[in-house]
Design a protein around this ligand. Structure first.
Ligand code: FCB
Length: 457
């Protein structure tokens, strides 16, 4: 592709994209809401995980976060003032069922999301809801969590309740956010809740999450006739560390678990045979009919794109015998993630070629830098602004290639609780002073607003 470094970024305009293109920001419940004890919300696995010293880098939790549970009208005003026409958010399952399941849903929790959705519609923001963005009710974890097949049924019941209550106003439904992270960060690496470190468990979790996705779809469609449903996957373009045949084979294996393990079964191909064979006894238990369920037709594929990975052969290292190596001489965000708008083009070209989803939405994309509030109160986050511009320039190329990308959601509307990194990593287009809860639009947010208003030419 054309190197986006050479693209005249100042000529990037909203009218380069279709008039019905979705422009939004993404957030998630645990990362912004706070109010964890409010209105009979139950405990989530993240409340529990954060309580153990050492799990979160700054010792914090989402107990207060952005106080969005109380400040949501102001936050939706921010989204409207940016000029976005869609907003992606998630529902905290423990607000709907404190113990994960039960006969009666918590009306106060449903009322909160009902008000929130009304607030979006009043502001011209199309609601895009995610049902599971990692805050599992702790009561379900106490019974094995996603490793226990019963959690699949609990998720379907929860989906039924939410889609019955909000389906008159929400058309776009995302079942799961980044199943890879749920499974591997949470159950193999142990860096996310529930903090387990077992490969076999992680694979069973993957499977159960995918089955729950498939079983939820007909439930949503039954309750919301006009629903459009999909899942949001974290996908990565991969490059081998060298020209060697070993590194090429390692890259294929890494791709097998990172990308194909999700994309293949969702598109009716079952689990990739090369990886299935390799994981041996760690393979998940698959019940008859599960693969058909996972392949239930969706309306779109959500892709969360952050960075590419470089892969090397690493004999003896883990089940895959692969290792991710650091690219040299590349630009990185404060997280160390390589900045590569080109990678987004490579990734989406590949997904479109190999899987032909009817529609693709970039459900997350964004960057973290060490922001400084100037004496004048301005946050001159030029690197984030440039990151956003370059990724939108890449998006323009993706559209020009004929790839059916129909929307872009920036991560994130607000600085928020960045999981294991606590409040150290800021991803917002809006700065949040966590001591005062003051919000200030950063230079990146100002640019996004100008772009959306058609004022960047
Ligand atoms: C993604 C998560 C999102 C946020 C960004 C930075 O993996 O979906 O919640 O943490 O990374």
């Amino acid at each position: 592709m054309q190197n986006t470094n050479n693209i005249d970024l100042s000529s990037l305009q909203r009218r380069d994209f279709a008039s019905d293109f979705r422009w939004g920001c993404s957030t998630s419940s645990y990362q912004i809401e706070g109010a964890v004890d409010q209105d009979e919300r139950g405990e989530s696995i993240w409340d529990r995980f954060c309580a153990t010293p050492g799990h979160i880098r700054d010792g914090s939790s989402g107990a207060m976060a952005c106080d969005h549970y109380r400040r949501w009208p102001q936050d939706l005003d921010l989204a409207r003032n940016l000029g976005t026409n869609a907003y992606r958010f998630s529902i905290a399952w423990p607000r709907i069922f404190a113990n994960g399941r039960g006969r009666a849903a918590n009306q106060k929790g449903l009322d909160f999301y009902s008000r929130l959705v009304d607030g979006m519609l009043e502001r011209g923001l199309e609601p895009w809801v995610t049902l599971y963005h990692w805050d599992l009710p702790q009561a379900l974890q106490d019974q094995g969590g996603w490793a226990n097949r019963d959690t699949v049924d609990a998720f379907v019941d929860y989906t039924d309740v939410v889609s019955r209550h909000l389906g008159d106003r929400i058309k776009h439904w995302i079942t799961h956010n980044e199943p890879w992270c749920t499974a591997f960060h949470g159950h193999y690496e142990g860096v996310h809740a529930p903090g387990l470190k077992d490969f076999k468990t992680a694979l069973q979790v993957c499977h159960n999450v995918l089955v729950s996705h498939g079983l939820a779809i007909p439930v949503i469609r039954r309750n919301v006739p006009a629903a459009r449903v999909g899942a949001a996957l974290s996908l990565h373009p991969l490059k081998p560390a060298s020209d060697s045949a070993q590194d090429a084979a390692a890259t294929l294996r890494h791709d097998g678990l990172r990308n194909r393990w999700f994309l293949d079964p969702l598109h009716g191909r079952g689990y990739p045979a090369d990886i299935w064979q390799r994981v041996g006894d760690n393979a998940p238990q698959v019940q008859p009919g599960d693969l058909e369920v996972i392949a239930t037709a969706t309306d779109f594929l959500g892709v969360n794109y952050y960075f590419p990975e470089i892969v090397a052969d690493a004999p003896g290292q883990g089940v895959l015998a692969t290792r991710v190596v650091e690219a040299e001489n590349v630009e990185r965000t404060a997280f160390g993630w390589e900045v590569s708008p080109e990678g987004m083009v490579t990734l989406l070209s590949r997904v479109a070629r190999d899987y032909q989803p009817a529609e693709i939405y970039l459900t997350e994309n964004g960057s973290t830098y060490d922001d400084v509030v100037g004496a004048d109160g301005q946050i001159e986050d030029h690197q984030r602004r440039r990151y956003l511009m370059r990724h939108l320039a890449a998006l323009k190329e993706i559209v020009a290639l004929g790839i059916p990308v129909k929307g872009y959601f920036a991560w994130s509307l607000l600085d928020n609780f960045e999981w294991a990194e606590g409040y150290i990593r800021r991803f917002g287009l809006t700065h949040v002073d966590f001591a005062t809860q003051q919000r200030r639009l950063k230079a990146s947010g100002q640019w996004y607003r100008d772009f959306l208003r058609g004022e960047t030419a």
